[in-house]
Design a protein around this ligand. Structure first.
Ligand SMILES: *[C@@H]1O[C@H](CO)[C@@H](O)[C@H](O)[C@H]1NC(C)=O
Ligand SMILES: *[C@@H]1O[C@H](CO)[C@@H](O)[C@H](O)[C@H]1NC(C)=O
Ligand SMILES: *[C@@H]1O[C@H](CO)[C@@H](O)[C@H](O)[C@H]1NC(C)=O
Length: 168
C-alpha cells in the first residue's frame, strides 16, 4: 500500500513539476508607435541561467514580436530561424505596451521532450514596468538598469509545444 502510494506520487511528479529554474529576461521593452504610422514591437533577451545541459542549458536567445495592427496569433520563435527547439513567445492579451500578457514556452528534448511554460502579466503601475508617452509613441521597459525580469515556470515532460509557430 505504501509502495503503491509512493509510485503514484512519483508518477505525478514526473508529469509536472515546478522546479527552481527560472527564465532571466533582459533588455525587455515594448512600444506602440502612432506616427508616422501604426506599429508595435516587443523585444527581450531570454536565458535559463541555472539550467545544465540535460535541462536545455543556459541557451540565450533574442525574441522580437512586431506587428502593425493586430498581434500575431502564432508563436514567434526567439531566433532568426526556427530549428524546432528553443524559446517561443505569444501575446495572449494586448491592451497596449502598458498592459499585456506574454506567454513563453521553451521546448527541447533530452531522453524525453521537455516543455517549460509560463504566462507573464506585464502591467504599468504593478512591479517595475514603466511607460513614457510622447506624441508619436509610447515606450515601456522595466525600471532597473538592464530592464530585466526573472520568472519561474512549469515543466512538462512528454508533451509537444503549442502551435501554430510563426514562419520567420
Ligand atoms: C542578441 O542581440 C544582441 C544585440 O543585437 C547581440 O549582441 C547578441 O549576440 C544576440 N544574442 C543572441 C543569442 O543571438
Ligand atoms: C489590463 O488588461 C486586462 C485585459 O484586457 C484588463 O482586464 C485589466 O483591467 C487591465 N489592467 C489595467 C491596470 O489597465
Ligand atoms: C502553459 O501555461 C498556459 C497559461 O498559464 C496554460 O494555458 C497552458 O495550458 C500551459 N501549457 C501546458 C502544456 O500545460
Amino acid at each position: 500500500m505504501l509502495l503503491h502510494k509512493s509510485l503514484a506520487l512519483l508518477a505525478s511528479l514526473a508529469a509536472t513539476t515546478t522546479n527552481a529554474l527560472y527564465f532571466h529576461l533582459t533588455d525587455f521593452r515594448a512600444s506602440d508607435v502612432r506616427i508616422p504610422s501604426e506599429s508595435h514591437a516587443l523585444a527581450f533577451t531570454i536565458s535559463n541561467p541555472d539550467a545544465v545541459f540535460e535541462q536545455g542549458g543556459n541557451n540565450p536567445a533574442n525574441c522580437t514580436i512586431s506587428w502593425t495592427t493586430t498581434p500575431p496569433t502564432c508563436w514567434t520563435p526567439c531566433a532568426t530561424t526556427d530549428s524546432g527547439w528553443g524559446y517561443y513567445a505569444l501575446l495572449t492579451s494586448y491592451s497596449g505596451a502598458y498592459n499585456f500578457t506574454l506567454q513563453i514556452q521553451e521546448y527541447f528534448a533530452y531522453r524525453n521532450s521537455v516543455l517549460n511554460n509560463v504566462s507573464i502579466p506585464v502591467v504599468e503601475g504593478s512591479g517595475e514596468w514603466d511607460c513614457s508617452r510622447g506624441g508619436q509613441s509610447t515606450q515601456c521597459n522595466f525600471r532597473n538598469a538592464e530592464s530585466s525580469y526573472d520568472t519561474g515556470f512549469e515543466t512538462y515532460y512528454g508533451v509537444q509545444k503549442a502551435g501554430p509557430i510563426c514562419v520567420v
